[in-house]
Each structure stands twice: as structure tokens, then as C-alpha cells.
Write a protein that binds this ligand. Structure first.
Ligand SMILES: *[C@@H]1O[C@H](CO)[C@@H](O)[C@H](O)[C@H]1NC(C)=O
Length: 292
């Protein structure tokens, strides 16, 4: 009896762990539950009772939205279908930011391209106001054809960027090496679509073709799984107790390291860690991760 209860408990724990490792975030949470428009309200279109939205960019303005709440740690995801066709010059961004003077920020930026040419995904991490940690990759699919899920896992140990279930970047807590790690400034989640043809596509050579406007990006999956905190909070009151705090999320597992390696080897365009012209001394946080 006791042992079957134990087995049952173990099985349940495994089921829970794999649920958590691969959170099946509900994708039908309406926009209005967790998010509000940030600017240019008339450039946001609501579909399916607000469970899907579209951002419009034209020559007058882009637009964006942000979470109502601020969060310290958690798992944040968004399903996005990027601007299709000629998207050169446009940038679709999904990021977390504390918007403070010495801000922390975790960025996904999708740089559009001419029809048939590949998007670039640029990521960056700011800690205590310091960024300059760009990485750029190509994706292994066309992000304009279907929805894909982009997510961030953030706990005391690491920040992981995922594309669907594939980790494309990890920023470990290297506080012991003197590298600041975000831990005491709550962040909000932001999404926006804007014109950046001064730098985005082929370094600014390709300009936005306004005759193709409006440019439209589509979103769903407005679920948020984080420790909600007031803007000025310095800690999360459930710290250590939520699923993303558990030991299996303190590091990537073997399979995830393999996949990260695959992305690094096959899809990397730029990694600040290897930019020896820019950094004569390799940044501290790059040293531990250099073998992947
Ligand atoms: C756009 O396409 C060109 C040509 O294939 C490529 O060099 C560039 O990396 C692509 N992406 C961006 C955002 O410039």
C-alpha cells in the first residue's frame, strides 16, 4: 500500500515536472486580462473576442502593448506571426524591461526583410543599465507563415530565451564573477511593431517600402506566469516556491544544451562573445559558456 502510494506520488511528480518543463500555457487568454495598449490605440485590431490581436505599422506610426502587472521572475511567452511579405525596415519586439534608471531588460527583436529573404532574431540582455550583449541568429523556419512561441524563463539562476521549445540563448547568473544579474527590479512585458529602417535590415541599407503598408504582426497567447510585484518591490514574496524556481530549472538539461549548441553552430550570425574587435577582453559572462 505504502509503496504503491509512493509510486503514485513519484509518477505524479514526474508528470508535474514535465508539465512544468514544457508549460502548456493556455493560448486563449484574452488580451485584456494581462495587457493594455501602450500607444497608438487605433493601430491595434482585436480578433476572436480579443484572444488574438494585430499590430499595424504605417507611415504615420507603429504601435505596442504592455503588461498591466510587473514581475520578478517567471516564464513569459507570446505567440507571434511576423509581418509577412516585404517587411524590410520593420522591427517586431517582445521584451521585458524594468524601465528604471539602471534598467534590466531582456529582448527579442525580429528584424524584417525583403520578400523571401530571412528574418534575423536579435537578442540582448541589459543588467543595471548595461547592455551591448547582442546575439543574432537566423531562424530554422519562416516566422511569417505560422504562429511560433517565443518565451523567456527567468529565475535566480538563469535567463533562457526559447523559440518554441528550443533554447537559443542562456544568460546565467554570474554574479560571483562580478556580472550583474537582474533580481531586484520588477519588469513589465512589452511588445511593439515599429519602423527602424535606419539600422534593421542589412544594417540600414534596405529601406521600408511604405507602398506595402500597412505592415501587420499577429499575436495570441496572452498568458503570463510570473511573480507579480509592485513596481518598487525588491523581492518576490513567493521567492523559491514557484515552478520556475525548482532545481530542474536552475540549468538547462543535456538535451537542451545539445539544442542550444545546434542553434549556435548552424544559425548564429553574430555573437558579442566572439567579437574580439569590440571587446579586447572577453566579457566575463562569456567565459563560462564558451564551450557550447
Ligand atoms: C536580409 O537578407 C539579406 C540577404 O539574404 C541577408 O544578408 C540579411 O542578413 C537578411 N536579414 C536582415 C534583417 O538584414
Amino acid at each position: 500500500m505504502y509503496s504503491s502510494l509512493l509510486t503514485c506520488f513519484i509518477l505524479l511528480s514526474i508528470a508535474y515536472a514535465s508539465f512544468a518543463a514544457n508549460p502548456r500555457t493556455p493560448i486563449d487568454v484574452p488580451f485584456g486580462r494581462n495587457y493594455v495598449p501602450t500607444w497608438a490605440y487605433d493601430h491595434i485590431k482585436y480578433l476572436n473576442a480579443g484572444s488574438e490581436i494585430q499590430l499595424y505599422l504605417d507611415k504615420y506610426t507603429g504601435t505596442g502593448f504592455q503588461s498591466k502587472g510587473s514581475y520578478l521572475f517567471g516564464h513569459f511567452s507570446m505567440y507571434i506571426k511576423m509581418v509577412s511579405g516585404d517587411s524590410a525596415g520593420t522591427v517586431t519586439a517582445f521584451y521585458l524591461s524594468s524601465q528604471t534608471t539602471e534598467h534590466d531588460e531582456i529582448d527579442f527583436e525580429f528584424l524584417g526583410n525583403r520578400t523571401g529573404q530571412p528574418y534575423i532574431l536579435q537578442t540582448n540582455v541589459f543588467t543595471g543599465g548595461k547592455g551591448d550583449r547582442e546575439q543574432r541568429i537566423y531562424l530554422w523556419f519562416d516566422p511569417t507563415k505560422e504562429y511560433h512561441r517565443y518565451s523567456v524563463l527567468w529565475n535566480m539562476f538563469q535567463i533562457v530565451f526559447f523559440v518554441d521549445d528550443v533554447p537559443i540563448r542562456v544568460f546565467k547568473n554570474n554574479n560571483d564573477l562580478g556580472v550583474k544579474f537582474p533580481f531586484n527590479q520588477p519588469m513589465k512585458i512589452y511588445n511593439s511593431l515599429w519602423n527602424a529602417d535606419d539600422w534593421a535590415t542589412r544594417g540600414g541599407l534596405e529601406k521600408t517600402d511604405w507602398s506595402k503598408a500597412p505592415f501587420i504582426a499577429t499575436y495570441k497567447g496572452f498568458h503570463i506566469d510570473g511573480c507579480e510585484a509592485s513596481v518598487n518591490a525588491k523581492f518576490c514574496d513567493t521567492q523559491g516556491k514557484r515552478w520556475w524556481d525548482q532545481p530542474e530549472f536552475h540549468d538547462l538539461d543535456n538535451f537542451q544544451w545539445q539544442r542550444l549548441k545546434w542553434v549556435r553552430q548552424k544559425y548564429t550570425i553574430y555573437n558579442y562573445c566572439n567579437d574580439h574587435k569590440r571587446y579586447s577582453q572577453t566579457p566575463q559572462e562569456c567565459i563560462r559558456d564558451k564551450d557550447i
